[in-house]
Design a binder for this molecule. Structure first.
Ligand code: FEO
Length: 616
């Protein structure tokens, strides 16, 4: 019997779940099962996106017949040829010989390598950015090599604003009746599995994932349909922000992951003592016994935590077997950008520490503490100081820089603009409404002032049209931007005046709070409505003191800070071509070519002045 789920009015999930699979790809345990997602669009033409693993072929074929409701199948888009998504293609062709297969040349090559059916007579080849119209819908094809195999292609439905993302944004775990990520507590129940999926399946290819994220960041995406796990239709930033971190091998959490291999418990004992010392210093710790916890879980944890400690006994004059497998696995998955400490043990010739160091030294940006702790059989009282020293060395990374406040004192009365950027500003869309005119701008100065009643302050540049609207109406909304927000949101609200344009043009449904003012629901984690009670003229800016009428949360994705914006969102400046000199806007990345920059220069993009430019 078929089991299908509606995605949109004309898109249906026709995939299936497998809870009997012991090991995904023969390697990764999937105790909660896995879903193989496939989607059928019924436009003027019918379009199927990928197939499924052979283990669930019968349910899949029943699903397609039900979703087609007697129509013929016009197109099969093949985004990825790994057999968990392509195994049923030959049978599908036998049942629907009229089908056209839409794919890249690389996909075609791989299909021919895996299967023997006649594809040449039915292939419709597409290249990067090629489009296909199927009636109401137009699709754009985006090559995403090595996310996870070299032939991988993503498909963007520019009509419905859906990204069919192949393996990207996938997750282990069967769907259990839910289809959308917002139907479950994803952060609590599934984010670990999403990270385990990412780190083990595509973790090695961070650069390629970054490249794919860069290509898709320009698209207006309202839904993500991956080949495994949940469909994302809201709070897309929850998963995209994680991919931005993972692809750059940036840790999610400051803390220490300790993995140990211990035969008789003595190496475990050293690991436990170290963890206790670190906890005493207020540092978060997690511990894994590598002989008990599957390597895929520890690889995933290594992608999460900032500091890694490996403690291993020596075995056959080498690293203990399970630890050796883990260290090689981490190196194979391209782990980088971590601080590492090593504890070795051995009753007559401890060698495991040096061998672990040798393997990890070949990984990029792995900073290994100089001094291993080397144990002969069991830790003794006299050696506790070695563990203390290791804890102190790790803890030094978590302490505020010593003497930072005393040293580098500038001249009296000097104001270093860089120091101002250290303030932990958030970034917000400030919106207002005057008559029928909606408007908004980006601000970075929102602060809670009092708790009873709840009052906030906002500072707004007088040059902003929104400023004048608030002065007139005394009302505004704040939409708090969250991590993962694409640069185009800053372009939309920040780089133009609302006097000249409709900043909400193309933004979809007009969501309003009871005060009638629009708010931004995408890429935001909270909304605050407030009414102005006082104003203070601050020269270029007005400080509004306002009482909060309504406030609600939209997601648990962390808020964007100014630092996050500069590190992750603002495009990196492109140097002028040839030998030309230039200046780059520190706010938006605009590059002005030339030997000099006039004092009265105004950035044509973000309208900041010459003071916010620096030479390239
Ligand atoms: Fe789910 Fe790379 O296949």
């Amino acid at each position: 019997m078929y089991c299908i789920k509606k995605v949109t009015d004309d898109l249906v999930w026709v995939g299936a779940n497998d809870r009997r699979l012991a090991l995904f790809e023969g390697v990764y345990s999937v105790p909660a099962g896995v879903s193989y997602n496939s989607y059928l669009l019924t436009d003027e033409k019918t379009v199927l996106f990928d197939t499924v693993d052979k283990a669930v072929r019968q349910r899949f074929l029943e699903n397609i017949e039900e979703a087609l409701k007697g129509r013929k199948l016009d197109y099969l888009v093949v985004q990825h040829v790994e057999p968990d998504h392509s195994a049923v293609i030959p049978e599908l062709i036998r049942q629907h010989p009229e089908i056209k297969i839409v794919c890249s040349a690389r996909v075609l090559q791989f299909i021919k390598q895996f299967y023997d059916f006649d594809i040449d007579s039915r292939v419709h080849l597409v290249e990067e950015n090629a489009t296909l119209n199927t009636g109401k819908h137009t699709f754009q094809f985006i090559m995403a090599p090595m996310v996870h195999w070299p032939e991988v292609m993503l498909t963007y439905d520019s009509t419905a604003k859906i990204l069919f993302s192949a393996d990207a944004f996938g997750c282990f775990g069967a769907l259990n009746g839910a289809l959308f990520a917002d139907e479950v507590d994803f952060a609590k129940d599934y984010m670990d599995e999403a990270r385990r999926y990412y780190s083990n399946i595509v973790g090695k290819y961070g650069t390629q994932v970054e490249s794919a994220l860069g290509k898709t960041s320009a698209l207006n995406i309202e839904m993500i349909c991956p080949l495994h796990g949940f469909v994302w239709r809201s709070n897309l930033s929850e998963i995209i922000s994680k991919y931005m971190l993972w692809s750059k091998y940036e840790p999610e959490e400051r803390g220490v992951m300790i993995a140990y291999a211990s035969v008789y418990g003595n190496t475990e004992n050293a690991a436990e003592i170290l963890a206790c010392r670190l906890r005493d210093m207020g540092i978060k710790t997690v511990i894994f016994d590598v002989s008990v916890t599957p390597a895929s879980e520890i690889v995933s944890a290594a992608f999460k935590w900032s500091h890694l400690v490996f403690a291993s006994t020596t075995y056959n004059a080498g690293i203990f077997v399970t630890m050796e497998a883990l260290i090689n696995d981490l190196a194979a998955h391209n782990i980088q950008n971590r601080r590492v400490a090593i504890i070795e043990n051995g009753s007559w010739a401890p060698t495991s520490g040096g061998l672990i160091r040798e393997i990890l030294s070949k990984c990029e940006k792995i900073n290994i503490l100089e001094n291993n702790v080397s144990i002969l059989s069991g830790l003794k009282q006299a050696q506790l100081s070695d563990i203390e020293a290791m804890a102190e060395a790790i803890g030094a990374d978590f302490a505020p820089p010593a003497g930072a406040a005393q040293n580098n004192q500038p001249a009296p009365n000097a104001v270093d603009p860089a120091a101002m950027f250290k303030l932990s500003y958030g970034l917000f869309v400030l919106t207002a409404r005057d008559g029928k005119k909606d408007n908004g701008c980006i601000i970075n100065t929102v602060m809670q002032l009092t708790a009873s009643p709840v009052k906030i302050t906002i500072g707004v540049n007088k040059a902003n049209y929104t400023h004048d609207m608030i002065l007139k109406t005394n009302k505004f909304n704040i939409s708090v931007l969250s991590e993962g927000v694409p640069f185009r949101v800053f372009q939309q609200f920040g780089f133009h005046s609302g006097k000249d344009m409709d900043k909400f043009a193309g933004s979809g449904e007009a969501l309003r709070t009871p005060n009638g003012i629009r708010y931004v629901s995408e890429w935001t984690n909270g909304v605050i409505s407030a009414e102005v009670k006082n104003t203070i003229d601050c020269g270029t800016h007005t400080l509004f003191i306002a009482e909060v009428n309504q406030a609600f949360s939209l997601s648990r994705v962390p808020s964007v800070t100014y630092q996050y914006y500069f590190d992750n969102i603002k495009p990196k400046p492109q140097p002028p071509k040839g030998n030309k000199k230039g200046f780059v806007c520190k706010i938006c990345g605009y590059v002005h070519e030339g030997d000099t920059l006039p004092d009265d220069f105004i950035c044509p993009l973000c309208k900041h002045g010459a003071a916010d430019f620096e030479p390239i």
